[in-house]
Design a protein around this ligand. Structure first.
Ligand SMILES: [Zn+2]
Length: 197
């Protein structure tokens, strides 16, 4: 296993500590900056950080499928490349898979064909993107995604690292798991065969 690059770790660490401080004590405000700087200066060694972020916050270098940017560009459509490899977002309501509710079948990664979701994981969230309340075990990874003035959790294909969308929790849609995988339709394909049971 290769470790994430140092700049990536520092960015992640910044985001992590920033969120922790905000969550722990929102009244702290301006004092959080010097504290963050101190934390980064006294940053623990890399193996410790690797353990801290674990598999859930995996870096791009850990995925079984490894391709260069040029190889992905040659394989994917421009829109797929923009979303899967550059963390783009498709326009809401634009995917034909949004209002797609088959009785059986599997949704696979558009980048590497790995099975990600079963037909019965899908539900109508009304948000404009395909929504799933669960995934195949270990098929979808999660990474902290700071930006847009908030901390969101990005979801990625655990086989190729392709960006799928974001996961939201505690919205009470009434599914067995109180989660919503908000997935770009461009990032997935549908196969009527059950590829994994
Ligand atoms: Zn993939």
């Amino acid at each position: 296993m290769r470790f994430p690059s140092i700049p990536t770790l520092i960015r992640t660490f910044h985001a992590f500590t920033n969120t922790t401080f905000r969550a722990a004590n929102p009244a702290r405000g301006i004092y959080s900056l010097p504290q963050r700087a101190t934390l980064v200066r006294s940053m623990p060694n890399i193996p410790f950080l690797g353990a801290l972020f674990g598999t859930k916050m995996a870096d791009n270098t850990n995925y079984p499928i490894q391709k260069t940017e040029g190889e992905w560009q040659a394989q994917l459509s421009p829109e797929q490349f923009r979303i899967l490899r550059k963390k783009g977002t498709e326009a809401p309501g634009s995917s034909k898979l949004d209002k797609h509710y088959p009785d059986a079948g599997v949704y696979t990664c558009a980048g590497c064909n790995a099975p990600l979701y079963k037909a019965n994981h899908k539900f109508d969230s009304g948000c404009g993107w395909p929504a799933f309340w669960d995934a195949f075990p270990d098929a979808v990874g999660q990474r902290a995604d700071p930006g847009l003035g908030m901390m969101r959790t990005e979801i990625v294909c655990n086989n190729c690292g392709g960006h799928l969308g974001h996961i939201f929790k505690g919205e009470r849609f009434g599914n067995p798991k109180d989660e919503r995988h908000c997935v770009n339709g461009v990032s997935i394909n549908f196969s009527p065969e059950d590829k994994k049971e």
